[in-house]
Design a protein. Structure first.
Length: 256
């Protein structure tokens, strides 16, 4: 073992310039390569997702976090990107916008973060805010469409029941105007029709209550939490990290 260490030391002393030259050369290459790259800035905007499907605060938070992951898919939705690309000044194509947009969900929160990478920090922030605004708008539009469909279905049920009540009342008037209106059989029919009318009126009230609840509770909400601001420092390229990795690689090569 002592001999091996002595031989290793002698080898290192003999080739010390190689051991230094290779890491230094790779470090210079890494620096020059990194220096030629344009700095990239990442601007992030945060959206808060809230679900109204439960009254329990803890369950609501978990539900909102799950929904945030669901709405994360909307960030690169074609409708969102198309609308956002048209609002950017100057406009850009959807494919280019898709490449610079990213998203993530803040762990243990209901916050959806939308990021935009660009060589211009101000432009990165502007685009991030535009994309976020389009996501909020799309969610609101879909919620409104769902509310419209649901209330229309409920209102159709109300209309059908009201028509049925009108028919039953017409039957009662006809029965009461007959010569045998006082008979037990006719009175039984009238009583049954009145029961049907009462049940239908109760069902109408239930449907109207559901309509009101649907209008008030329009589903999950997505709102702006923190707008994007122009970042002061670029996130890439990382010159120091690249140089350190180059030096370590050079040492491995030189001593291998």
């Amino acid at each position: 073992m002592e001999l091996d260490l002595r031989q290793l030391a002698q080898r290192a002393w003999r080739w010390w310039w190689v051991i230094l030259a290779i890491p230094a050369a790779l470090a210079i290459v890494a620096y020059l390569y990194t220096a030629r790259q344009s700095p990239l800035y990442l601007a992030e905007v945060s959206l808060e997702v809230k679900t109204t499907s439960t009254d329990n605060a803890y369950d609501a938070l978990l539900g909102s976090e799950r929904q945030a992951k669901t709405y994360q898919r909307l960030v690169k939705n074609n409708d969102v990107l198309t609308a956002a690309a048209g609002r950017v000044d100057p406009p850009m194509d959807v494919e280019t916008l898709e490449k610079i947009v990213s998203s993530r969900v803040e762990p243990d929160t209901s916050l959806l973060l939308i990021g935009v990478s660009d060589t211009d920090p101000i432009m990165a922030a502007k685009i991030a805010n535009i994309v976020a605004d389009e996501v909020v708008s799309l969610v609101a539009t879909r919620n409104q469409e769902d509310v419209s469909v649901r209330t229309a279905e409920l209102q159709a049920n109300v209309d059908d029941l009201e028509n049925q009540i009108d028919k039953d009342r017409a039957k009662i008037v006809k029965l009461e105007s007959g010569t045998d209106a006082a008979s037990a059989a006719v009175q039984a029919q009238i009583a049954d029709l009145n029961d049907d009318i009462a049940r239908n009126q109760n069902q109408i009230e239930l449907f109207r209550t559901q309509i009101g609840a649907t209008v008030i509770n329009q589903g999950d909400s997505v709102k702006l939490f923190t707008p994007a601001v122009a970042p002061k420092e670029p996130y890439a390229p990382r010159k120091m990290l690249n140089m350190v990795l180059a030096i370590l690689t050079g040492l491995l090569i030189a001593t291998g």
